[in-house]
Design a protein around this ligand. Structure first.
Ligand SMILES: [Zn+2]
Length: 286
């Protein structure tokens, strides 16, 4: 497990490894009805180099659905403040600070724009330059376009820039439509940006939205889950019971090839038994 004072380089290394128990069978196995295969269960963590790509794709799909359902057409970016703050705080503290500031800032926005909706994605700075070291937090937010409760004006850059000055927020910008699509098709997948402290969530929604309602891929009701000790007979039996079909053919092959030939005692030449022992007496072979 990583410690509190982990450097960004150590964190980076951790994100580029597979978790030691992932896909080894230690977590058990799952029968996928669609693939007709029994696969070792993976860890399904965004910190795991093996699991991250498929999770990112799934999150992407889930985000598109939320964006469509809730008319989220703004892309907002918030940054951690500049040079001074970056000398004073570590990259990992920048996440806690920006989260804390956001929680105050969003309440202020909500006060003026009661219909405000948002999805927040804390991400890592990946283009370091002097005064702006690697790993510090910035946030991508996808929001709707709420109207001001009195003036009826849309939430815009000018409002954010003016108000954010009361908080520890470097800058705030907001752009419409095309920017959301562009972010989701490009920078969203930029893997280095996903390297954030491991105890943090990569996507946070406001309380009106849920990123993954119901069942995702892992919970496919046609799948069958096994503990790590399940044997071939158990697997064969459960697939027959649930889907009325035999276990995948390759499993039968494996099962039969694992039955070891009985090694007879006797005298061998080139692995051929030439003089088998019968009742402890050697006899001439056939
Ligand atoms: Zn994994």
């Amino acid at each position: 497990m990583l410690k509190e004072n982990t450097t960004f380089q150590q964190l980076h290394k951790y994100y580029n490894l597979r978790r030691s128990y992932c896909g080894t069978g230690n977590l058990g196995h799952v029968y996928s009805y669609r693939q007709d295969r029994v696969n070792p269960i993976t860890c399904n963590r965004l910190t795991c180099v093996k699991c991250r790509p498929k999770l990112k794709k799934q999150i992407h799909l889930d985000l598109l659905r939320l964006i469509y359902d809730n008319d989220l057409d703004n892309h907002m970016v918030l940054t951690f403040p500049g040079k001074k703050a970056r000398q004073r705080f570590t990259y990992s503290q920048s996440y806690d600070i920006l989260t804390h500031e956001w929680n105050k800032f969003r309440k202020l926005i909500k006060y003026h724009f009661p219909d405000f909706k948002w999805i927040r994605m804390p991400r890592a700075q990946t283009n370091p330059f002097p005064g702006n070291p690697i790993g510090y937090c910035h946030e991508h937010l996808i929001t709707n376009s709420p109207r001001h409760k009195i003036t009826g004006r849309k939430l815009d850059h000018a409002f954010l820039e003016e108000k954010r000055k009361r908080y520890k927020i470097g800058y705030a910008k907001i752009r419409e439509n095309q920017d959301v699509a562009e972010y989701l098709s490009k920078d969203f997948f930029h893997d280095e940006e996903w390297i954030i402290p491991i105890n943090l969530r990569h996507v946070i929604t406001d309380s009106t939205m849920i990123l993954k309602p119901g069942q995702g891929y892992a919970m496919d009701p046609d799948n069958i889950y096994y503990t790590r000790n399940a044997d071939f007979k158990t697997i064969e039996h459960s697939i027959m019971l649930k889907h009325n079909q035999p276990a995948p053919f390759y499993l039968y092959l494996r099962e039969f090839s694992q039955i070891e030939p009985k090694i007879l005692s006797g005298h061998y030449v080139d692995e051929n038994l030439v003089t088998p022992m019968i009742k402890n007496k050697e006899t001439r072979s056939l």
